[in-house]
Ligand binder design. Structure first.
Ligand SMILES: [Zn+2]
Ligand SMILES: [Zn+2]
Length: 383
């Protein structure tokens, strides 16, 4: 063989060696309203579900969900069967038709002012109106989960703006690990990471709804995502505010999913296994592993082993300013901070003070203050 063909064979061998472990990042927005939500409609909104998919593609997203309020009609406390069936139909055609690069999801928002809001996302599109459980008739989280159980459709419920008492903070006394693998900590309602952080905390911030409380105080194993909560159908409109309902001063965020390939099942499995991270809008690339295990994992170390954190990130239109490592939900005082001033960074850090049961997530902060939050990794030592 010539030197060139030798080299090509070498390349193929290397590619086939690396491809099984390579994982890509896919971008989405799982929290988008149209005029089929009463609040958007009453303020003059005209977006329809098809617009959500057009906007998602224009904003470079790989997946998006339509999540109109299940309580569309205030008197009836219920979305209409006509609007729901029309949403199902639109999501299977036109701009929303599933392709090798775009996947639509259907859902609704369970808008409960006592226990907090949750977006309900289904795995498949063909969901009957009988599986729409609004907060007026399904008044507690347990009632919602029981109803979803009996419907038989695979679904998750994503608590959102969890610390925002202006809308409704999440009551974390109610949690279901099966239905709530992830929480939305950033959107146009700002950051619900912790009320003790300066970064875009809601004006009426409820500490016992925050992500820090759910992860640290309650000890729940929940992954981290962001969304827009746009009410004008504009999925992924992270820099433009919300045209129909410019209700807040914050921009929306995005969910990033880490998956080895792209299909409805791949994206669903990545979300339910917490292989997700959140950004405040820019498509910051973030990889976070401990001892070779991806974000969202629960790992068991051998006796005497320490968690070795490996973080790499790539900034967008700004350099990476720092990586902050958050241990055991103490989001205010990172256990370790490493500063940079470059676009692409890679960093390793071992926690020599580790004790079994510790967990870690990372914040990557650009010099323009935009950021990404990883899902945590939970670590225990074999007894
Ligand atoms: Zn809401
Ligand atoms: Zn919403």
């Amino acid at each position: 063989m010539t030197k060139l063909s030798n080299f090509i064979v070498f390349l193929f061998v290397m590619l086939s060696f690396f491809s099984p472990v390579s994982a890509a990042v896919y971008w989405g927005d799982l929290h988008v309203h149209t005029s089929y939500s009463a609040d958007a409609y009453l303020q003059g909104g005209s977006a329809i579900p098809d617009d959500v998919c057009t906007s998602a593609k224009n904003n470079g997203l790989n997946f998006a969900a339509v999540t109109d309020h299940a309580e569309y009609n205030a008197a009836a406390g219920r979305m209409s069967e006509y609007l729901w069936n029309d949403t199902v139909a639109q999501l299977q055609n036109g701009s929303c038709a599933e392709t090798s690069t775009f996947i639509p999801f259907i859902g609704y928002e369970w808008t409960n002012q006592t226990y907090g809001h949750k977006t309900v996302i289904f795995k498949i599109l063909n969901i009957p109106f009988s599986a729409v459980f609004g907060a007026k008739h399904y008044t507690t989280p347990d009632a919602l989960w029981t109803a979803l159980d009996s419907s038989g459709y695979k679904a998750i419920t994503i608590p959102h703006h969890v610390a925002d008492d202006n809308t409704a903070a999440t009551n974390w006394d109610y949690h279901n690990p099966y239905y709530q693998p992830v929480m939305e900590i950033y959107s146009e309602h700002g950051s619900s990471e912790s009320c003790r952080l300066n970064y875009e905390a809601p004006a009426f911030c409820n500490s016992s709804g925050s992500a820090a409380y759910a992860l640290g105080t309650k000890g729940y194993k929940i992954g981290i995502i962001a969304g827009t909560d746009a009410h004008d159908g504009r999925a992924g409109s992270v820099n433009n505010g919300d045209f129909v309902m410019p209700r807040t001063q914050f921009n929306g965020g995005l969910i990033a999913v880490i998956a080895s390939s792209f299909s409805r099942t791949d994206i669903w499995d990545a979300i339910t296994n917490r292989r997700t991270y959140a950004t405040s809008g820019p498509k910051i690339i973030l990889s976070f592993n401990i001892n070779g295990n991806k974000m969202g994992s629960e790992i068991i170390l051998a006796s005497g082993e320490y968690p070795a954190l490996e973080i790499s990130a790539q900034g967008v239109r700004s350099v990476i300013d720092r990586i902050e490592i958050i241990k055991n939900g103490n989001s205010v005082s990172p256990v370790h901070t490493q500063t940079f001033s470059q676009n692409t960074v890679s960093y390793s850090w071992t926690d020599n003070d580790y004790i079994s049961g510790d967990f870690y997530y990372v914040r990557v902060i650009q010099s323009n203050n935009e950021r990404a939050w990883s899902s945590p990794i939970w670590v225990t030592t074999q007894q």
